[in-house]
Design a protein around this ligand. Sequence first.
Ligand code: ADQ
Length: 453
Amino acid sequence: MIAVSNRISRPAKGASPGGLAQALSEALRGSNGMWIGWSGDFARPGSDLEIERDGDITFGLVDIAEDTYHRYYEGYANSVLWPLFHSRPDLAERTPGDFAAYRTVNAEFADAVAEAAQPGDTIWVHDYHFLILAEALRARGLAGTIGLFIHIPCPPLDVFRRLAEARTIVRALTAFDTIAVQTRRDAARLAECMAATAEGTIRTSRGGLRVDACGGSVHITVKPIGTQPAEIRRSLETARPAEVEAYLARAAGRTKLIGVDRLDYSKGIPNRLLAYERHLEGDRSRAGSTLFTQIAPPSREAVAAYAAVRTEVERITGRIVGAFGDLASSPLTLLTRPLDRVGVAHMLANADIAMVTPLADGMNLVAKEFVAAQDPHDPGVLVLSKYAGAAEEMVDALIVDPHDLDEMAAAITAARTMSRGERRERHRSLAAVVERTRIERWLGSCLKDLAPS
Ligand code: ADQ
């Protein structure tokens, strides 16, 4: 099998905070596959696919010319597709030539895959960076199974229609044999977008949907991604980093709330801070009995909407700290740098309440990591947005609408006062979801779909 994704996570180069990278490296570890992705370098003239062995994974590294990379990555992928797929067409920013660069990168990756592939190899493509890759692979004569996993949510048809390249993309999507998405809602939306755009038809098939359009037939399935609960528990057996120890000393006796996200407008960080502010306004003494820690390393900073959300988060944080902090302490900490995985696991394990409140999210692995990290005998409470893919299964979280600040503030109060019996009962149900969808199972189920029938 050859897996393809924009970013790859090479152990020798240090960990990456992206959910996709973590999932894929687990997926390929120990298997005989190759993982093809961007090398992190800009192309030297005439550079070819570079093969590198790192640990037990073989990597195929693709260089891309600098200008092309920026137009494809910050441009089409993250200024057009990402906002649209997260139902924020108002944030989409088109620059002439961006789609041409996206096409170029897909073609260069297709060349790399064609160079590495043996006849009959299965190609497993990841995410919105490569929506048109299968068409380019077919044009290069690859006849094996080609699957796509879309990690992000799919937009409703009225949003998808605003994409100038909607027809071109749908035609290219029909060159995949199978497309997996995170939720039933996304499967229904994708099928509708494809069928409506290309005048195709939708039918149910083998537990999923099948779209017949443009002379092709694509099987759409639902494969909710998960985490590695056993690895998280192992992390918790290692010593707490000194920084986490110092935090715990400072937080002693307080209700600890936590948010862990890339600093992305889709994650709803401003709304959750505003809800916390409202919770504090309800009773000022709460400022002394709670500590909210938001860990949010900036990402995609070259994109204007990301710089804007960072400014907004810093502004709201400043206001809360100024209004509710005193010389001795503050009810809110903002950390704009990543923590390593062990640090994150310990922070999640020690939190009483996790605020996972995206405005749109394919799945959201932090929701599952929090549940996996908690002590089942005295667990904390997950406050979860109904717009996270995770909410489709994790129904026993406190489900909130992140646009409704009063509802979120009330959820914080409910979480703080919830009986231990109720917390245990909810946790039992959530932990069962985390086990059922753990990464090895997700992988097995995805691979079964990709196997030639
Ligand atoms: P992301 O948008 O990156 O992933 P998410 O699912 O939350 O979102 O995964 C992030 C991962 O990075 C988690 O494992 C988390 O622990 C880690 N992480 C996040 N913030 C961190 C921080 N501040 N420091 C250290 N680690 C941090 C995309 C989609 C999601 C989908 C995943 C997987 O947007 O919807 O769930 O892919 O399919």
